[in-house]
Design a protein around this ligand. Structure first.
Ligand code: PXG
Length: 292
C-alpha cells in the first residue's frame, strides 16, 4: 500500500495526503492525470506519459509548476520512497485552490500529487478466456466539445458508460462516437484484426491516444501486420477474426464476445496471444531505470 504520497513538493503520509474542498480538480474536474506502471524497477514509457500530461495541460491552459526533468524525477522518487518495483502510479495536476466560481485565473497554484501504489492485476481468466463486452448507449464525448485526447479529471462520460456496462454484466463497455463509429472502451483502446490487417479507430474520432495502443501498433508492425487507423463500425468488430483491448492497467486483453456475437471462434486469437507475449517481453525494456 502506498505509504508516502508526493503532494506539492514533499512526501507526506497517506492520512496527510489531502486536498482542499476548494480545489477546482474536485469542484469542476479541472485538471489532468496519467496512470503509469512500473515493472521490475523500471517505469514503462515514462517519457511518453510525461509528454501526454504536458500536452493535456497545455490544451487546458494549465501551467505545470515543474519542468519535465524535475517532474520525471518526482515520479521516480515516488516509486522509490515506497520501496516498490512493480507499481501503479497516478500522477495528477489540478487547477488548484480557487473560489466557488469557474474562473481558472482565480486559482494561482496548481496542485500536484503522485500516488505510487501496488497494483491489482486483472484476473487471469480475462486473458485465458477473453472478455465479453457490450455497446452502451452513452456516446464518447464529441472532440469539438471536450476532446478525449485531453486526459482530464472529467471522466464522467466514461463512468456513465462503465455503469451501463456493469449493469449489463460486463467489466468493459464499448463506446461509439456520436455518429456511430467504434471509438474506444471506458479505460481501454480497441483493436480488430482480419486478414492480417489490424485496425484501431483514429484519435480524431475521439479516442485517447493510448500509450499501450502506440506500443501495440509498433509490435504489430514488427510482426508483419498492416496497421490502420481508420473509422469502422460494429460490423467490422462482429466479423473480425480477433478483437482486443489495450490500456496501462489491462495491457492487452482479448475480447471474445461483443453484443452477444462470438468473435472468431469465441476464444482468444492466435495473433492476440502472440502480441501479449511480445508485450510482456517489451515491458522489461523500460528505458527509465531507477534504483529502488
Ligand atoms: N482510453 C481511455 C478512455 C483511457 O482512460 C486508455 C484508453 C488506454 O490508454 P493507455 O495510455 O493507458 O494505454 C485509457 C487509460 C483505470 C484506469 O483505473 C484506466 C486508464 C487510466 C487510468 C486508470 O481503469 N485508462
Amino acid at each position: 500500500m502506498a505509504g508516502k504520497i508526493f503532494l506539492n513538493g514533499e512526501f507526506v503520509s497517506r492520512d496527510k495526503a489531502v486536498v482542499s474542498v476548494f480545489d477546482h480538480g474536485l469542484l469542476y474536474g479541472d485538471g489532468v492525470f496519467e496512470g503509469i506502471r512500473a515493472y521490475g524497477g523500471k517505469i514503462f514509457r515514462l517519457a511518453d506519459h510525461i509528454d501526454r500530461l504536458y500536452d493535456s495541460a497545455k490544451a487546458i491552459r494549465l501551467a505545470i509548476p515543474y519542468d519535465r526533468p524535475t517532474l520525471t524525477a518526482h515520479v521516480k522518487s515516488s516509486v522509490r520512497e515506497n520501496g516498490l518495483r512493480d507499481a501503479y502510479i497516478r500522477l495528477v495536476v489540478t487547477r488548484g485552490v480557487g473560489d466557488l466560481g469557474l474562473d481558472p485565473d482565480k486559482c494561482p497554484k496548481p496542485t500536484v500529487f503522485i500516488i505510487a501504489d501496488s497494483i491489482t492485476l486483472y484476473p487471469k481468466e480475462y486473458y485465458d478466456n477473453g472478455l465479453a463486452i457490450v455497446t452502451v448507449p452513452t456516446r464518447r464525448n464529441v472532440p469539438e466539445a471536450l476532446n478525449p485526447r485531453i486526459k482530464s479529471l472529467n471522466y464522467l462520460n466514461n463512468i456513465l458508460a462503465k455503469i451501463e456496462g456493469k449493469l449489463a454484466g460486463c467489466v468493459e463497455a464499448l463506446m461509439l462516437t456520436d455518429s456511430g463509429y467504434v471509438c474506444e472502451c471506458t479505460g481501454d483502446n480497441i483493436f480488430c484484426l482480419r486478414d492480417n490487417v489490424l485496425m484501431t479507430p483514429p484519435v480524431y474520432l475521439g479516442a485517447l491516444k493510448g500509450i499501450t495502443r502506440g506500443v501495440v501498433m509498433d509490435l504489430a508492425r514488427s510482426r508483419g501486420l498492416t496497421v490502420l487507423e481508420s473509422p469502422f463500425t460494429r460490423h467490422e468488430l462482429f466479423t473480425a477474426e480477433e478483437v482486443f483491448l489495450t490500456g496501462t492497467a489491462a495491457e492487452i486483453v482479448p475480447v471474445t464476445n461483443i453484443d452477444g456475437r462470438f468473435i472468431g471462434d469465441g476464444k482468444p486469437g492466435r495473433t492476440t496471444r502472440a502480441l501479449i507475449e511480445d508485450f510482456r517481453r517489451s515491458r522489461q525494456e523500460g528505458d527509465d531505470a531507477y534504483a529502488v
